[in-house]
Design a protein around this ligand. Structure first.
Ligand SMILES: Nc1nc2c(ncn2[C@@H]2O[C@H](COP(=O)(O)OP(=O)(O)OP(=O)(O)O)[C@@H](O)[C@H]2O)c(=O)[nH]1
Ligand SMILES: [Mg+2]
Length: 482
């Protein structure tokens, strides 16, 4: 399917006809001009214009120097994990003191996990038809009760070898394993398996958490955390500086978000795509994916984000790819119309593309027509995978810098230089309802963008559709056969 949201090189579009859903028969009205060139005779005016241009460019450059990035998304979508990765990648990482500060968090995660599983097994043993398989074996009953009591305390003890041994014994109990397989119903954290399989190491007296342990550690964010960094690589030369904000995603945290909404270059919205069969931590009657849908819609409609770029991270792909082979996507109301394809790898891709399309549709539904040209990109992420996060952030950085170039070109054009935008191809973006189109427009300084069609007409020819777009950057027209 044509992905109209990312921008592959122009020649890819032109060479690969499968990407063009509508045949191009003609391109018209290529040159667009928003303002007339100043007359050569008006030298004084020219000098003035040049001066203004220089000043505006300088001021804009100074303002644009720091880009504000907001990590948004529901609770447990992976925002803080991305934040930690950025710290590791582009700052000094975690020093020993910081690593050590995670010891108590990780030990707490262990106690919380075993308590959720123990109490969950008791509940399932009482309420399920095949309840026997959830009954903890008699020799582990006492251990279970003791650990459940510790898990309800406010202060957890340090994880000693003895506690680790007890937890491991209980974890291996078949009833606990059965309960774990129903973890989606029980608020079992995603880090459960990883920590349970590392209990001996975590309980060592000299234990210092590794980088990986820290990435797995689950701490609910409250308030706002911020870091400033310059990505290593090309952008460092151009002095690109990012301020990245991480916020709490659970419902009671979201009222704090609004204070950060001014002057945001880009929102990195994290959506945990593996959570389509899970309920919210804050409200056990609400499906997590439905919450994410509503949240993304709300964020998209914020007036402050009219020009803000949107980077959608479809996160927790590692869990998603295993889950879709066992749990059909259509258990989630939003994905009710999903038709599975086959088993195996193909099915994973099919399911992922379906989810991605749902988010694309939501983006276009929730975005006013005059804003539709703000940058919107979708990335498949696994926040625990450092290489992937690095690669993804490189793409985000490139995309934001390309956006800067467009803005700079707009500024340039606004003080008198004729623009040189060209409609290079016409593509169909969406079939069915209203048949919406986009023009792919190229620019002489090596970037291109999509412009949404603002008018369309047939001019008496039933087989030919004339499209025209007139946005802030240029006006252009093209025709396609239908
Ligand atoms: N397997 C896997 N686990 C992930 C991924 N992303 C995050 N996690 C884990 O999910 C848990 C929650 O991640 P966080 O980064 O704390 O989520 P958050 O969005 O910051 O949550 P709040 O602070 O409550 O808003 C942590 O235990 C992470 O290690 C992922 O892509 N794959
Ligand atoms: Mg967080």
């Amino acid at each position: 399917m044509l992905n109209s949201l990312s921008c592959p090189p122009l020649h890819d579009f032109l060479q690969d006809n499968s990407m063009l859903a509508v045949p191009i028969i003609d391109i018209m009205g290529l040159l667009c001009s928003r303002q007339k060139r100043y007359s050569e005779a008006d030298t004084e005016e020219n000098v003035q214009a040049a001066e203004i241009e220089k000043r505006i460019a300088q001021e804009t450059k100074a303002e644009k120097h720091i880009h504000k990035l907001l990590l948004l998304g529901a609770g447990e979508s992976g925002k803080s994990t991305i934040f930690k990765q950025i710290k590791l990648l582009f700052q000094t990482g975690f020093d020993e003191a910081e690593l050590r500060s995670y010891t108590s968090v990780i030990h707490a995660n262990v106690y919380q996990t075993i308590k959720v599983l123990h109490d969950g097994s008791r509940e399932l043993a009482q309420n399920e038809a095949d309840s026997l398989k959830y009954v903890i074996s008699p020799e582990n009953k006492e251990i279970g009760e003791k650990l459940s009591e510790i898990g309800s305390r406010l202060d957890y003890p340090r994880l000693t070898k003895e506690f680790a041994q007890d937890i491991e014994t209980l974890w291996r109990d078949p009833a606990i394993q059965e309960t774990y397989s129903r973890g989606n119903e029980l608020q079992v954290p995603d880090c459960a398996h990883y920590f349970m399989e590392n209990l001996q190491r975590l309980s060592d007296v000299n234990y210092i958490p590794t980088k990986e342990d820290v990435l797995y550690a689950r701490v609910r964010t409250t308030g706002v955390v911020e870091i400033q960094f310059s990505p290593v690589g090309e952008s460092r030369k151009s002095g690109e500086v990012y301020r990245l904000f991480d916020v709490g995603g659970q419902r009671n945290e979201r009222r704090k978000w609004i204070h950060l909404f001014e002057g945001v270059t880009a929102v990195i919205f994290c959506a945990a795509i593996s959570e389509y069969d899970q309920m919210l931590f804050e409200d056990e009657n609400k499906n997590r994916m439905m919450e994410t849908k509503e949240l993304f819609d709300w964020v998209l409609k914020q007036p402050c984000f009219e020009k803000t770029s949107f980077m959608l991270f479809l996160n927790k792909f590692d869990i998603f790819e295993k889950k879709v082979l066992k749990v059909p996507l259509n258990v989630c109301e939003w994905f009710k119309d999903y038709q599975p394809l086959s088993a195996g790898k193909q099915e994973i891709e099919h399911a992922y593309e379906f989810v991605k399309k749902k988010f694309e549709e939501l983006y276009f539904q929730s975005t006013a027509p005059h804003r539709v040209d703000r940058v919107f990109k979708i990335y498949r992420t696994t926040a625990l995978d450092q290489k992937l996060v690095k690669k993804t952030f490189k793409l985000v950085d490139e995309s934001l810098r390309r956006r800067d170039l467009i803005e700079a070109a707009k500024l340039h054009n606004s003080v008198g230089t004729p623009p040189s935008f060209h409609a290079s191809a016409v593509i169909e973006r969406e079939k069915g309802a209203g048949s919406r189109y986009q023009l792919l427009i190229s620019h002489s300084i090596s970037f291109f963008f999509f412009s949404t069609i603002t008018t369309e007409s047939k001019y008496g020819n039933p087989n030919l559709l004339f499209l025209s777009s007139r946005d802030s950057r240029c006006a252009t027209t093209a025709s396609v056969s239908i």
